[in-house]
Design a binder for this molecule. Structure first.
Ligand code: IPM
Ligand code: MG
Length: 371
């Protein structure tokens, strides 16, 4: 298979984690006889520094002409702490989502037994947790009219949805539920918001097309509570942009490490894959960031190309590293391996260089131990 992949390394730890994913994609290409070519482009603080814009036109162009996009991370503290900044790195990502019509953000939440001790939840609440969030990504309050009054004393952010925007992602969420445990939960605030009532009506109307799927509805405040109290009850969660932003961060800590979670943003043609973690500037350039979120995003990218065997192999390699304690500093601050070493181990596993039995003593040499 021949594919062109746009690579946006982005800010902070973005470049170093993305580099590991590209290494593994290359190994996959070699082992399975595919041809992946990469086109590098700029976005975020990195792009502002180099071009003055958080999303140069060239990047949109390259992304539109690629089969998929792999993205690292966005954000820099020098903008976070300046409310008057005229340009912000995040504007680049929002504009890219809108330009490519990436209307559905998909975030799977899974748990790993090797990480249970890091989860803020009790072990008994982690059993059977396996759900996926479908977050609407190009509408709602994020993209509504924004205004600050002339005297600077009042501000508006408008939230608008139309039925088409709701239905197109709802179809995807229903179809995902059909392939999973056949349960769909719409998270909204229909007791207060008109847009939420439209969501509820649209989902109720579509339900008759998916009779095998059970639908239920939760107000977002209750959902925030249920995700902590009993996360195993969820299968597919569907929600609007802002609620999705909030509950997906909440859900992401359940697994025990934010560094591990991948995401896909899909639209009519383009698809973008990125780890859900931020740019973690304190760790940038130190080779300590967890590359698994990016590597698992690369696996989602391969699924998107319908290369399911290849994607499964990457997931198997990731599980193998976790089960054998080959983990980065965020998971084990004492006995940890560097970003680059984890990438190398996964790449070796994928190419079959690491047989069933691990040559433990060779791998031990790559470990960094803090005493
Ligand atoms: C996310 C992020 C973005 C969002 C920011 C960086 C604009 O939090 O992808 O969830 O709010 O959508
Ligand atoms: Mg977010």
């Amino acid at each position: 298979m021949k594919k062109t992949i746009a690579i946006i390394e982005g800010d902070g730890i973005g470049p170093e984690v993305t580099r590991q994913s590209v290494r593994i994609l290359n190994t996959i290409a070699e082992s399975f006889n595919h041809e992946f070519s990469y086109r590098y482009c700029l976005m975020g603080a990195d792009a502002i520094d180099k071009t003055g814009s958080p999303l140069p036109d060239e990047t949109i162009d390259i992304c539109l002409n690629s089969d998929a996009i792999l993205f690292g991370a966005i954000g820099h503290p020098k903008y976070d702490n300046d409310p008057n900044a005229k340009v912000r790195p995040e504007q680049g990502l929002l504009k890219l989502r809108k330009s490519l019509q990436l209307f559905a953000n998909i975030r799977p939440v899974a748990t790993y037994s090797a990480l249970q001790h890091l989860s803020p939840l009790k072990a008994k609440n982690l059993e059977g947790v396996d759900f996926i969030i479908y977050r609407e990504l190009t509408g709602g309050i994020y993209f509504g009219k924004k205004e600050l009054s002339e005297d600077g004393l009042s501000a508006i952010d408008e939230c608008t949805y139309n039925i088409t925007e709701i239905e197109r992602i709802a179809h995807l969420a229903f179809q995902a539920a059909q392939k999973r445990r056949k349960k769909l939960t719409l998270v909204d605030k229909a007791n207060v918001l008109e847009t939420s009532r439209l969501w509820r009506k649209a989902v109720k109307d579509l339900a008759s097309q998916y009779e095998d799927v059970t639908v239920d509805f939760l107000f977002v405040d209750n959902a925030a509570m249920q995700i902590i109290l009993n996360p195993a009850q969820f299968d597919v969660i569907l929600t609007e942009n802002m609620f999705g932003d909030i509950i997906s961060d909440e859900a992401s800590v359940i697994s025990g490490s934010l560094g591990l979670l991948p995401s896909a943003s899909i639209g009519n043609g383009s698809a973008l894959f990125e780890p859900i973690h931020g740019s973690y500037p304190q760790a940038a350039g130190k080779d300590i960031a967890n590359p698994l979120g990016s590597i698992l995003s690369a696996a989602m990218l391969l699924d998107h190309f319908e290369l399911n065997e290849e994607a499964t192999l990457i997931r198997e390699a990731v599980n193998w590293t976790l089960q054998n304690g080959f983990v980065t500093k965020d998971i084990d601050p004492v006995n940890f391996y560097f970003t680059n070493t984890i990438g190398e181990l996964i790449s070796d596993y994928v190419s079959g260089k690491i047989p069933g039995s691990v040559k433990q003593e060779n791998i031990e040499l790559r470990k960094s131990t803090i005493i």
